[in-house]
Design a protein around this ligand. Structure first.
Ligand code: ADP
Length: 391
């Protein structure tokens, strides 16, 4: 029976996980994946096996037993499915590593305390990312736990890319651009080295377009710039987040409208973006299918902002050799890719409509000055690779 690695991506209301078997010469193969949804209200667990068929299911009813018993059940069920206790390490997606945790690392009590101090920088995620670490320390003391940071990929940005124009004491306190979606960018950059090695050496913009959305400017596999900033609120229009906005708007909301900090937080994180603009949905499929003018306008702004920020990222790179689409919308929406590329003729981007419709790996028309690709991301595999290396 092969050794296995478990990856965990825990949020405020769900835990997503995957199990990887370590094959000959360290090749990782996903043998199961699953999710606990509605963690705090009516939790339900589904695990599916290698072929995608559901192998385990459990509902807890209206009384959530809390995080620890749920995680214990997840591990027991996964081990039952695997037929034994052969888990050698757990890798966690941790949204924030701050300025000092810039590569994956084994979680010690000191590291955990340090990551706790970053909770105010990512209140929506960090605490929930760390909860399973603590539970596993008590459930399985001695089992190596590895932290993989969403910020780490962008640690190679130069100060001119990550600084805000504020007095230096604010940067000393940690107020700077960090960038997120790093595990996705790292996976895509590694994948490009396999499938398009010369492009991987060049200047590439990766568009990670999901519920959360951002761009990364990457040169020779290293992060140069990105659209998310101090928080995952900045940059592109997202499902429910506003993206870039004049900070003066926040002053107006507080000073003139009398909105509290909590109200502004709720507005910008939960009631803006595609959902807020359209009044219809945060889900791109629903918006593309909708006849509502406001749904169309939301999609237009989504596309307009992506194209504009691609210009900004291309300037950071000093030119552009390739554009890669990834994540839910980037991988599956030919319409959005088409609309974005239609605004990039000035950069020399020409899309092949037939290849685009097929979601082909290369969607640039022959002769396009810029390579355009679709690369499915795999953040779980990236976490598993790091975990294997460090365990
Ligand atoms: P998350 O950021 O939560 O991981 P995903 O990467 O799964 O999100 O992306 C979710 C988004 O992808 C949703 O807006 C969904 O509507 C969109 N999406 C998924 N499939 C399609 C499709 N075929 N066409 C357009 N949008 C799609």
């Amino acid at each position: 029976m092969p050794d296995t690695i478990l990856t965990i991506n825990a949020g405020s209301s769900s835990i997503k996980f995957a199990l990887f078997a370590i094959g000959a010469s360290g090749v990782l193969e996903r043998s199961a994946r699953g999710e606990v949804e509605r963690l705090t209200t009516e939790p339900s667990l589904v695990i599916s096996g290698r072929d995608g068929k559901v192998v385990e299911k459990k509902e807890w009813g209206r009384e959530s037993p809390g995080f620890e018993p749920i995680l214990r059940t997840v591990i027991e069920r996964i081990e039952a499915h695997q037929g034994g206790d052969n888990l050698i390490a757990v890798g966690h997606r941790i949204v924030h590593g701050g300025s000092t945790h810039v590569r994956p690392e084994r979680i010690t009590p000191d590291v955990l305390a340090d990551l706790d101090r970053l909770v105010p920088l990512a209140p929506l995620h960090q605490k929930y990312n760390l909860d399973p670490v603590r539970v596993l320390v008590s459930l399985r003391p001695g089992l190596p736990q590895i932290a993989c940071f969403d910020t780490a990929f962008h640690a190679t940005m130069a100060p001119v890319a990550y600084r805000y124009a504020l007095p230096p004491e604010f940067e000393a306190e940690g107020i700077r651009k960090y960038g997120f979606h790093g595990l996705s960018y790292e996976y895509v950059a590694e994948r490009l080295r396999e499938i398009a090695p010369s492009l991987a050496e060049g200047r590439v913009i990766v568009a990670h377009l999901g519920n959360g959305a951002s761009l990364a400017a990457i040169h020779g596999g290293r992060g140069v710039d990105t659209t998310m900033g101090f928080t995952a609120l900045d940059g592109l229009v997202m499902g429910t987040r506003c993206g870039s906005i004049d900070p003066g708007v926040l002053l107006y909301l507080e000073q003139q409208r009398g909105m509290s900090a909590a109200d502004v937080y709720d507005l910008l994180y939960r009631r803006s973006g595609l959902l807020g603009m359209s009044g219809v949905a945060s889900d791109m499929r629903t918006l593309l299918a909708s006849e509502e003018p406001r749904a169309r306008e939301a999609v237009e702004l989504f596309v307009h902002r992506i194209a504009g920020k691609i210009g900004e990222m291309a300037a950071s790179l000093g030119g552009l050799d390739g554009l890669v689409f990834t994540a839910g919308i980037g991988e599956r929406s030919a319409d959005i890719r088409e609309m974005v590329c239609a605004k990039l003729g000035w950069l020399g981007a020409e899309i092949d409509p037939v290849a685009n419709e097929r979601h082909a790996p290369v969607i640039a028309r022959p002769g396009s000055r810029i390579d355009i690709r679709v690369v499915p991301t795999d953040e779980e595999l990236m976490i598993a690779r790091h975990t294997l290396k460090l365990a």
